[in-house]
Structure formats: C-alpha cells, structure tokens
Design a protein around this ligand. Sequence first.
Ligand code: ZN
Ligand code: ZN
Length: 70
Amino acid sequence: MKCYNHHDRDAFGICRACGKGLCLECLDEHDGAVVCKDNPKCKNFMKCLSILPFLSFCILLIILFMLIVD
Ligand SMILES: [Zn+2]
Ligand SMILES: [Zn+2]
C-alpha cells in the first residue's frame, strides 16, 4: 500500500478513521492509533472513540442503579 498523499512512498500506517494509507510524514498518533495528520475529521473520530468506554461504563452504572431500585 502507498501513502494516500505521496504515491511514491510506502504507507507506514493506516488511518483508523478513514482507512487511508499514510507515510511517516502524513500520519499522526492518537492514543496509540494511527490517524491522518492533516484531517481534523479523523482526529475527532478518534476522540469520540476514546470516550466510548467511559460512556458505556456510565450506562452500565445506570442499569445497575435501576435494578437495585426495582
Ligand atoms: Zn505521505
Ligand atoms: Zn484519516
């Protein structure tokens, strides 16, 4: 796979958000995941993903609370 922006360079990683191949110059890391450096949408996508475990934990707490109240 080649870099999406540099067709003459081999891709070093693949963006977790959009799946494009990225060379070292084009990739950025967010919590250990590769994302496009120049695409804010991809960075936002990873931010959303990183709060998902926290959200599911909150939902679990709410469900437990409802079970206890019943
Ligand atoms: Zn590149
Ligand atoms: Zn991307």
